[in-house]
Design a binder for this molecule. Structure first.
Ligand code: SF4
Length: 351
C-alpha cells in the first residue's frame, strides 16, 4: 500500500496503528506536537521518537503533502505558492502580510466545479477535492515560512469549500483544535458562492467560523451572468440560509462584493446592496475586481470610493479590501493557470 497522509487519519486509527506495531500510545501526543506545534515535514525530524517508530512511520505515512514548485513574494510581504500534490496536480496558497496579522488564504479543491465566469480557478471545472491533510498543510507551510503561528485563515482560494464539506470540516477541526494548530474558530472565514445546503449544514454544526458569501450580484438575473446554473441557488434561498447561519451561530455574515465596472457598480446597485445588508445585519466587504478575465475590470478609484460612500450613507457596515499582491498574481487560480498555459500574460493588469 502506498504511504498515506498521516493527517488524514482519525486519532483512533493512529492509536490502533501504534498498538498494532507494539509502540507506546503516548507517542501519539509527541507525533502530534511535531506535526502541529513544530510544523515538521519529515518523520526523521521527530528526534524524541525511537528510531524503530520513525522507520515505521516513514514506511506507512507521509508527514507533509505539498511540494512548492513556485514561490512569489511581493513588496508588501504577501507570498504566493504554487504547490504540487502527490498526484502531480497543483494548488495555490497565499500568505497575506499585514503588520498586525498574518492571514493565509487556502484552497479546498483542485479547480472548481462552480465555474464563475470571472474566475481563473473555475475555468477547467473540478479536477478533484483536496483531502484534509492537503488543506491543513497549506497552513503549516505558511507557519513554517513565517516561523510563527499565523493569525487568520480565509478559505477563499481555489475551489468551492462547501462542495468539499466533509474534508473541509475535518481540516478545520485540525486547524482549530487546541491539541493541533490551535487557531481560534473566530479567526476562520469560510467563503462560499452560496451553496445553500452547505451553509445550512455548517449552521447546524454551530462552530464559531465566520461565513462570507461571494455575492457580487443583487438579482438572480445579474448572478446568472456570473455563475453558471448547475451550482447556482436563488438569491432568496441564499439569504434565508445566511439568516439561519446567523441565528444558529450568533455570527454576523459578510457579503463579499467584487466591483466590476459597468456590471455591478451603479448607484442603484449600491442602494440595493445597502438595503440587503441592513436587512441581513451583514457586513459588506468591497473588493475592486482583480483583473483575471478580460471581459471584466475594476472601476476606477473614484467610482470605488463613491460606491463605498453611498453604502455608508445608507447605513451599511462596509470595508474596502486593499488589494494585496497584484504583482504576484494573487487572485485565485492565476498562478496555476499560467503554469498550465504559459501563453497567459505574466502581469494580471494586462490580462
Ligand atoms: S469564484 Fe470561487 S466558486 Fe467561483 S469558480 Fe472561482 S473558486 Fe469557484
Amino acid at each position: 500500500m502506498p504511504p498515506r497522509l498521516i493527517k488524514n487519519l482519525p486519532e483512533s486509527e493512529l492509536t490502533a496503528w501504534l498498538q498494532a506495531g507494539g509502540h507506546a500510545v503516548f507517542r501519539l501526543k509527541q507525533i502530534r506536537q511535531w506535526l502541529y506545534g513544530r510544523w515538521v515535514l519529515r518523520f526523521a525530524e521527530m528526534t524524541n521518537l525511537p528510531a524503530a517508530l520513525r522507520q515505521a512511520l516513514v514506511a506507512d505515512f507521509l508527514a507533509f503533502s505539498l511540494d512548492p514548485v513556485e514561490t512569489q513574494e511581493a513588496d508588501d510581504g504577501t507570498v504566493k505558492w504554487l504547490f504540487r500534490l502527490a498526484d502531480g496536480e497543483s494548488i495555490e496558497t497565499v500568505l497575506i502580510h499585514a503588520p498586525e496579522r498574518q492571514t493565509v488564504c487556502i484552497s479546498t479543491q483542485v479547480g472548481c466545479p462552480v465555474r464563475c465566469t470571472f474566475c481563473a480557478s473555475g475555468r477547467d471545472g473540478l479536477i478533484r477535492n483536496l483531502e484534509p491533510a492537503e488543506i491543513v498543510d497549506q497552513v503549516i507551510a505558511a507557519c513554517r515560512h513565517r516561523q510563527q503561528r499565523v493569525d487568520n485563515i480565509v478559505v477563499m482560494g481555489m475551489g468551492e469549500p462547501l462542495l468539499n464539506l466533509d474534508n473541509l470540516v475535518a481540516a478545520l477541526d485540525l486547524i482549530c483544535g487546541a491539541e493541533h494548530l490551535g487557531i481560534g474558530a473566530r479567526h476562520i472565514t469560510i467563503s462560499t458562492s452560496g451553496i445553500v445546503p452547505g451553509i445550512r449544514y455548517l449552521a447546524e454544526l454551530r462552530r464559531q467560523w465566520h461565513l462570507a458569501i461571494s455575492l457580487h450580484a443583487l438579482t438572480d438575473e445579474q448572478r446568472g451572468r456570473l455563475i453558471p446554473p448547475h451550482h447556482r441557488y436563488p438569491l432568496a434561498e441564499i439569504l434565508d440560509a445566511c439568516r439561519y447561519y446567523r441565528d444558529c451561530t450568533g455570527r454576523i455574515v459578510t457579503l463579499e462584493y467584487a466591483l466590476m465596472a459597468g456590471d455591478n457598480d451603479s448607484d442603484a446597485d449600491a442602494t440595493e446592496l445597502a438595503t440587503l445588508a441592513r436587512h441581513l445585519d451583514a457586513k459588506v466587504n468591497l473588493i475592486p475586481y482583480n483583473a483575471v478575465v478580460q471581459h471584466y475590470r475594476a472601476p476606477d478609484e473614484r467610482r470605488v470610493r463613491a460606491f463605498e460612500e453611498r453604502l455608508r450613507s445608507l447605513g451599511a457596515k462596509v470595508t474596502l479590501r486593499q488589494r494585496k499582491g497584484d504583482r504576484i498574481q494573487a487572485a485565485c487560480g492565476q498562478l496555476r493557470r499560467r503554469r498550465l498555459d504559459p501563453a497567459q500574460p505574466a502581469d494580471p493588469a494586462s490580462d
